[in-house]
Design a protein around this ligand. Structure first.
Ligand code: NI
Length: 158
């Protein structure tokens, strides 16, 4: 496993639409392991493959630090409710902004064995699923920000 370089806003790779994964290969497995390691090392709650420069539809999410979700070719199939709050991104370091997202999300994705599964989430997990799936379409949260980007105040972090 290895820590990969996280691409930052302004890098063209973050604006591209990603391609579906059609088969699990040792290379894809290694990418997923590296993405998890890179996310944890950066204290993130999610990471999408384009953030490490790979245009594949793969995201990893862990909102609690002990519950990693790996989603290949994820699709959001149901949403409800609304939440408005601060959101950040490892590709926009030190910044956050207010974004409104659904409060409940159901996604369908493939696992590392290319078996379909469902992931349901509320609150932070719902927000993370939406944020990461946006990355696969080449979209950053800053496009949805309500108001200006703010500096993250680490003293106020929960
Ligand atoms: Ni992000």
């Amino acid at each position: 496993m290895a820590i990969r370089n996280i691409r930052e806003m302004g890098d063209e790779v973050l604006t591209k639409k990603c391609r579906e994964v059609t088969e699990m290969t040792p290379r894809v497995k290694e990418l997923i392991e590296d993405m998890l390691e890179t996310m944890y090392e950066a204290n993130g709650v999610g990471l999408a493959a384009p953030q490490v420069g790979i245009l594949k539809r793969i995201v990893v999410i862990d909102t609690t630090g002990e519950d990693p979700h790996i989603l290949i070719n994820p699709r959001i199939v149901e949403t409800s409710g609304e939440q408005t709050g601060n959101e950040g991104c490892l590709s926009v370091p030190g910044k956050c902004a207010v974004v409104t997202r659904p409060n409940y999300v159901k996604a369908v994705a493939l696992d590392v064995n290319m078996k379909e599964f469902e992931l349901e989430g509320t609150e932070l997990l719902a927000r993370a699923i939406c944020h990461e799936v946006d990355h696969l379409e080449g979209r950053l949260y800053v496009e949805k920000a309500e108001g200006p980007l703010k500096d993250v105040n680490y003293d106020e972090e929960e």
